[in-house]
Design a protein around this ligand. Structure first.
Ligand code: 4AD
Length: 432
C-alpha cells in the first residue's frame, strides 16, 4: 500500500519520490502540460502532469476541475515559480472523487458564501482561521488545567435568566414555556464551587441578539471560570493571564495562518509583553471625552462605538472596571465605598475590537440579590436554588466569561465575528 505524506512534509523533504493526496485548489493547462495546485490540511503544492507521460488518459487529466480529490505520486523539485517553492513532477495519480462546476469562484457575494458555507469551509482563509480556533481552544484548556481548575458542565436547558430577559431563547420543552437556552453557565456553576472551588468550562451559550453587528452571534462558545475564595482582583488577574497565554500560543503555533489571514502579528505582541491597562468606568468616560471627543452620560453603558474609539487608543487590552450598578447584572458585588458601582469588569480588545471578556466578583448579600432581582422584574422564588449558595457557607467568589469567537476575531483581525465560527448563527442566519 502507498503511504502518503502531508504536503507540508513533502515540502520539508524538498527532493526525491513522494506520494501525496488532497484536493485541487487551482488548475490550468495547455495542450502539453497540466498544472494542478493540490491542497491538503497542511499546505498547497504545485503538481505538473506532462502529456507525453499520460497520453492514454490525457482527456481525464485535462478535465480535472477545482476541488476534485486525488492521490499523486511523483518526484519533488525546487521551483521558485511555484506557489510554495516546490513542484511535484507527476508519475502516477488516481482520481478519488470528481468535482464538476464547483459553485465557489472568485468574487462571490458574502451572502452566496454564507449560503455555501459548507463548501466555503475549505477556503484557505477559513482553514487558517479554524486552525487558530483549534489553538485557542487548546490554550484555554491548558491554562485552566495548569492552574488547577476542574472542567465542569452546567446544563444548556435552564429555568432562569442570568444576563437579562431580553436575550433569552425560550424552548418548547414538552409544552412547558419556562425553559431557556443557557446564556451562561454561571448560575449553575456557582453552586459547584462549594465542592470543587476552581472550575472552568468551554460550552455554547445562546443569546437572542437582535443586533446585526460584527460582534454578535446567537450561538457562541463561551469559556467561563468560577473561583472560590476570590477577590475581584484575582478574577481580573486570571483573565489577563489567560488572554496572554492564548495569544502566546497562537503566535507560537500559527505564524503561517496569521500570514494567510494577512494579520500583522506584531500588533499582538504587546498583549504578551505589557501589562493590560486597568481603568474604572468613570476614568474611561473621561478619556473618551478628552481624547475621542465623545461624551457619555454617567450611568449609560458603553456602546460598541465607544468601546471601539477607546480601544483604538491602546495596543493592549483595556480592563474597564466599576460600571454603574444599573447597567450590570444582578449578581455583581456592590463596591463597598460607592454602592452605585459594582465590582464587575469588561476586557476590551485593542485596535477597536471591543469587549471580549465580562466578569465580576459575586454579591454575597442575600437580601441585596433578592432586591436586585425584583428591581429587574424577576421573581426571586425562581432563583431559590441559586440563593441557597448564599445561605450555606457562602464564601467570596467570582468568575468571568470569555467569548471565544470574539477573541478569535481579534487575534485573526477578522472584519466580522461570523468568520470565527464554522456555521455562524445570527438573527438572520440559521442555515445551512
Ligand atoms: O458579559 P457577559 O454577558 O457575561 C456573562 O455571561 C457572565 N455570566 C460570565 C461569567 O461571569 N461567567 O458575556 C461574557 C462574554 C462577553 O464578554 C463576550 O465576549 C461574549 O461573552 N458574548 C458574546 N459573544 C458573541 N456573541 C454574543 N451575542 C455575545 N454575548 C456575549
Amino acid at each position: 500500500m502507498t503511504s502518503f505524506t502531508s504536503i507540508q512534509d513533502a515540502i520539508n523533504k524538498a527532493s526525491g519520490a513522494v506520494s501525496i493526496r488532497g484536493w485541487i485548489y487551482r488548475e490550468r493547462g495547455s495542450n502539453k502540460l497540466k498544472f494542478i495546485v493540490l491542497r491538503d490540511s497542511s499546505n498547497i503544492i504545485q503538481c505538473v502532469f506532462e502529456r507525453t507521460k499520460f497520453e492514454k488518459c490525457w482527456e481525464e487529466i485535462d478535465h480535472l476541475q477545482v476541488e476534485a480529490s486525488l492521490t499523486i505520486s511523483g518526484t519533488l523539485k525546487q521551483d521558485d515559480r511555484a506557489p510554495t517553492g516546490y513542484e511535484v513532477q507527476v508519475s502516477d495519480f488516481k482520481i478519488i472523487g470528481k468535482s464538476e462546476n464547483y459553485p465557489i469562484t472568485k468574487d462571490q457575494s458574502t451572502e452566496f458564501l454564507a449560503d455555501n458555507r459548507h463548501l466555503w469551509l475549505r477556503s484557505r482563509k477559513m482553514v487558517a482561521t479554524l486552525k487558530i480556533r483549534s489553538t485557542v481552544f487548546a490554550a484555554i484548556h491548558d491554562y485552566f488545567r495548569k492552574e488547577g481548575f476542574y472542567e465542569y458542565h452546567s446544563p444548556i436547558f435552564q429555568s432562569v435568566q442570568c444576563e437579562g430577559g431580553s436575550t433569552l431563547f425560550s424552548v418548547d420543552y414538552f409544552g412547558k414555556k419556562d425553559v431557556f437556552l443557557g446564556q451562561t453557565w454561571q448560575l449553575y456553576a456557582e453552586p459547584a464551587i462549594f465542592g470543587l472551588e476552581k472550575i472552568y468550562t468551554i460550552s455554547p451559550s445562546f443569546r437572542a441578539e437582535r443586533s446585526k453587528t460584527s460582534r454578535h452571534l446567537t450561538e457562541y462558545w463561551h469559556a467561563e471560570m468560577e473561583l472560590a475564595w476570590a477577590e475581584f482582583k484575582d478574577i481580573m488577574d486570571h483573565g489577563e493571564k489567560l488572554l496572554k497565554h492564548i495569544v502566546q500560543k497562537v503566535l507560537q503555533e500559527n505564524k503561517a495562518e496569521l500570514e494567510i489571514l494577512e494579520r500583522d502579528a506584531s500588533k499582538l505582541l504587546p498583549t504578551i509583553t505589557k501589562p493590560f491597562l486597568r481603568l474604572t468606568y468613570t476614568e474611561a468616560l473621561k478619556i473618551l471625552k478628552e481624547k475621542c471627543k465623545i461624551k457619555v452620560e454617567w450611568g449609560k453603558d458603553l456602546r460598541t462605538i465607544e468601546e471601539e474609539k477607546l480601544t483604538q487608543l491602546y495596543d493592549v487590552p483595556v480592563i474597564v472596571t466599576h460600571y454603574p450598578k444599573i447597567v450590570k447584572a444582578f449578581y455583581m458585588t456592590e463596591n463597598p465605598l460607592h454602592p452605585d458601582v459594582v465590582q464587575g469588569c469588561d476586557f476590551l480588545a485593542p485596535e477597536g475590537f471591543g469587549e471580549i471578556v465580562g466578569g465580576s466578583h459575586r454579591e454575597h448579600d442575600l437580601e441585596k440579590i433578592k432586591q436586585r432581582l425584583l428591581d429587574q422584574g424577576e421573581d426571586p422564588a425562581e432563583y431559590e436554588f441559586y440563593l441557597d449558595t448564599r445561605r450555606y457557607g457562602s464564601v467570596p467568589h467570582g468568575g468571568f466569561g470569555l467569548g471565544v469567537e470574539r477573541v478569535i476575531r481579534w487575534i485573526c483581525g477578522l472584519e466580522n465575528i461570523k468568520d470565527a465560527i464554522p456555521f455562524p448563527r445570527t438573527m438572520e442566519r440559521y442555515k445551512p
